[in-house]
Design a protein around this ligand. Structure first.
Ligand code: PLP
Length: 463
């Protein structure tokens, strides 16, 4: 399997190379050159596999011969053994033909664990073989940082540095990062805001000269292909659990950067019978506006009750555009360059093709709270604000077949939203996080200066 860039002007890579690469050298994102296809018989034979076994079937064609089968199997088994529910991704019925796929049973209680637990292990495996070490660096306002830290805690060949704005992330989110012990884990509390943190990460990627020559810098944001790949698996798992391939299902996906729902699109193209994919956004609804008006334009960010979906553009959308424009890298490169300097419009043909599989809905904070309250009242099911947006869009979709909403975070992570919804019962942290507020924290407060961050990093790299 080879991977190509959406902008058509970067080298083709194999799986190992794409794993170690973020953005392509032409500014594009890597996608598989072709997709594996599963027939109805293949799918029927996959029903009944456990999560790690299914992951092996789905992921093997993407990894190709870069990792021997037995090694891939043990990596996948170790990855999903970290999840605290025997089913890994259990489903709960919340209404007639309405289901919730719980993706929050990983170590940090959000769906990002599915990809980052695997990514850390894959990277470490490949680095060990190459006798290479890397530095992972990222800025976080919440979920991604803790999932990345948990994913790298046992990695011998990775030092990870995560920047967060000092005093500006919630207690639970900060503690999920700072209570993880490991000499390769570094939390940097920067005296600035999230944008300052992000700007420093960007500056480090643009000038890697501060690091020793033998260390490359790797990003953990959702443009990494392996993250998307890992997320394809649970679409298969859910559809097969509901009796697929005989019965097409729809998915409602709380969407920010378009990584998660893009994995659902790939599952459909690989042969999974999918009727519709619902793009559920909060009031940062750039994608909903694309679907309804064909024009793509940035709006100022709004801070909502579903912070992990607060975005102005969805970087992974470019991967879908590449297909909608018949994989014409020049066309995508041209579009994206024009988008850098202003708004753009997509062709009717492209957007109409998207509408064959995708629909969209934007849900504001008030509606989010109303949905949390309603789902509690009608079936005593407690939704986190991100998942509530998905459920609201699923219920409003008018689809008659089964709709599966991806529950992307555990409600205990967002107690403020639960209170805003008028629910007074305390939301207990799951068992394995009960001690979170007693564990010692480790983080370094640093001034908002690039030089300070870079010297801290070079002083703390492992030999
Ligand atoms: C990251 C995240 C999302 C958005 O996923 P994308 O892949 O960026 O679309 C939704 N919900 C939660 C809880 C998240 O952490």
């Amino acid at each position: 399997m080879k991977y190509i860039s959406t902008r058509g002007d970067a080298p083709k890579l194999n799986f190992e190379e794409v794993l170690l690469t973020g953005l392509a050298s032409d500014g594009g994102l890597y996608v598989p050159e072709s997709l594996p296809r599963f027939s109805a018989d293949d799918l029927a034979a996959m029903a009944g596999l456990n999560y790690a076994e299914l992951a092996e079937r789905v992921i093997t064609p993407f990894v190709d011969d870069c990792i021997p089968a037995a090694d891939l199997r043990s990596i996948l088994q170790a990855t999903y053994a970290e999840f605290r529910h025997d089913a890994v991704a259990p489903m709960v019925q919340i209404g007639h033909n309405q289901w919730v796929l719980e993706l929050f049973h990983g170590p940090t209680l959000a769906f990002k664990d599915f990809a980052l637990q695997l990514l850390g292990r894959l990277l470490d495996y490949v680095l060990e073989r190459r006798h290479q070490k890397v530095v992972i660096m990222g800025a976080t306002s919440g979920d991604t940082g803790s999932a990345a830290i948990e994913g790298c805690r046992h990695c011998r060949n990775i030092d990870i540095f995560i920047l967060h704005p000092n005093g500006r992330v919630s207690d639970v989110q900060r503690r999920q990062m700072t209570t993880v012990q490991g000499e390769n884990i570094h939390n940097l509390a920067v005296e600035g805001n999230f944008d300052d943190c992000q700007a420093m990460v960007k500056a480090c990627f643009n000038d890697r000269g501060f690091l020793p020559e033998d260390r490359s810098l790797v990003a953990v944001n959702s443009i990494n292909w392996a993250r998307i790949m890992a997320q394809i698996v649970y679409y298969f798992y859910a559809a097969l659990a509901l009796g697929g391939p005989g019965r097409p299902v729809s998915f409602s996906v709380p969407t920010g950067n378009f990584g998660d729902i893009f994995a659902g699109y790939l599952a459909a193209r690989m042969g999974l019978p999918v009727e519709q994919l619902i793009i559920a956004t909060n009031s940062n609804d750039v994608l909903h506006r694309v679907m309804t008006t064909s024009s793509y334009h940035r709006q100022p960010i709004e801070h909502t009750l579903s912070p992990s979906m607060d975005i102005t553009v969805s970087s992974n959308f470019e991967r879908l555009l590449f297909d909608l424009y018949d994989r014409d890298g020049d066309a995508i490169s041209d579009l994206m360059q024009r988008f850098d300097s202003g708004d753009i419009a997509f062709t009717d043909d492209a957007v109409n093709r998207a509408r064959q599989l995708f629909s969209s809905q934007s849900v504001n904070d008030e509606e989010t709270c109303a949905q949390i309250a309603a789902s509690w009242e009608r079936c005593e099911y407690l939704l986190d604000p991100h998942s509530a947006i998905g459920v609201k869009a699923a219920l409003d979709s008018g689809l008659s077949g089964p709709v599966i909403t991806l529950a992307t975070a555990h409600p205990a992570k967002f107690p403020d939203a639960i209170r805003r919804a008028g629910l007074t019962q305390a939301v207990a942290l799951p068992h394995h996080l009960e001690g979170l507020f007693d564990r010692p924290e480790r983080f370094e407060v640093l001034p908002n200066e690039l030089g300070a961050v870079q010297s801290f990093m070079t002083a703390n790299l492992r030999a």
